[in-house]
Ligand binder design. Structure first.
Ligand SMILES: O=C(O)CCC(=O)C(=O)O
Length: 342
């Protein structure tokens, strides 16, 4: 399938660049520049000095401010044994692979934040997140600490954000490769976020396969997790590649996913506090984080509706092309060729 490999090269030569680096801007773009140079080209960028004079930068690094302001709020916490929820995991008892989602619990904010800062021993990893516009619901008392939208993006895209989400995690929380049907403006408030990005043209390198859905249940009294498979079985299409396999699994993973490991390097970037990443719609992204001195990373993202335009139609067509490559598990059904939001 040399035509598909040629596509990966061509988009890098013509548009994205060959150095696997995300372009950095020293000041916020004008709406026209943002639309012309990035959104319409489906190309990421980072705004180094985003001129965000949000009180959040000084207030949210004070544990006491967050605890006091959110003292009567219950928030959603995602709990997992290793920080890798919403990802493909093996079940040691059955030797099969599943798409495992986190144990989600609502608890008082203070308790949740304490869990994040203390859950570095690897027994239970807490990630405060809920991708359902949580900043404007669970965290609405913080709304005056930052902007409700990113003005130049709102003007360029012609709408207000569909959802605004808050993310508070530590170095063990990881978000596995997936894509979203949104134009994403991702602002880091404290700590750092580390992204790996691949353009939609590289879809075959993600080895999207159908995995049986399972979810973790956490038993607080004994402090352990079980992984339960949903009944009746429901399949979730998900990216198979773990870009950071452990040393002992590295060779095997590289052999299973050669299109990822031997293809062009993913775009790699770190987003620091005060910076904004524009993460274009349909780009595959994998996210890790480094905490600040308080032991947590805080970020807020603005999801704007994407245009379901000709690029989307091309993407669906590309995904529908069968690319013969070694499958990680030949027993798993191939993805149904219909775009679904991973
Ligand atoms: O910050 C994260 O862990 C994930 C962010 C993400 O997936 C998104 O903004 O779409």
């Amino acid at each position: 399938m040399k035509e598909v490999k040629k596509l990966w090269e061509e988009v890098r030569e013509l548009s994205l660049g060959n150095n696997s680096r995300v372009e950095r801007l020293d000041s916020p773009p004008t709406p026209l520049q943002f639309l012309r140079d990035y959104v319409s080209q489906n190309k990421p960028c980072i705004i180094n000095n985003a001129n965000l004079d949000w009180p959040a930068f000084s207030l949210w690094t004070q544990h006491s401010y967050l605890s006091k302001t959110l003292s009567s709020s219950a928030v959603s916490v995602h709990l997992s044994p290793n920080g890798r929820a919403d990802s493909v995991v093996g079940n040691p008892s059955s030797d099969s692979l599943f798409f495992a989602s986190a144990h989600v619990e609502r608890m008082p904010f203070d308790e949740a934040l304490r869990l994040v800062s203390s859950s570095v021993d690897g027994k239970v990893v807490a990630y405060l997140q809920q991708q359902n516009d949580c900043f404007r619901s669970e965290y609405s008392v913080l709304s005056s600490d930052c902007d409700q939208h990113i003005p130049w993006a709102t003007e360029a895209l012609g709408c207000y954000p569909e959802a605004v989400n808050l993310w508070i995690g530590n170095q063990l929380s990881e978000t596995s490769f997936h894509k979203d049907h949104y134009e994403n403006l991702y602002a880091v408030v404290s700590g750092q976020k580390h992204f790996l990005l691949l353009p939609p043209t590289d879809v075959h390198r993600m080895y999207i396969r159908q995995y049986p859905a399972a979810h973790y249940s956490y038993f607080r009294d004994v402090g352990n997790f079980t992984l339960e498979v949903e009944k009746p079985v429901r399949y979730v299409p998900w990216c198979s590649v773990n870009p950071y396999p452990s040393l002992e699994n590295r060779e095997a993973e590289m052999a299973k996913f050669p299109l990822y490991f031997n293809g062009p390097k993913p775009f790699e970037c770190t987003v620091n506090a005060g910076e904004i990443l524009y993460l274009p719609s349909m780009w595959f992204h994998h996210v890790r984080q480094s905490p600040d001195d308080n032991g947590y990373t805080i970020a807020i993202n603005y999801w704007y509706d994407m245009q379901f335009d000709i690029k989307y139609a091309y993407f669906n067509f590309l995904q529908s092309i069968y690319y013969k490559s070694p499958s990680p598990d030949q027993t798993l059904p191939e993805v149904e060729y219909e775009d679904s939001d991973e």
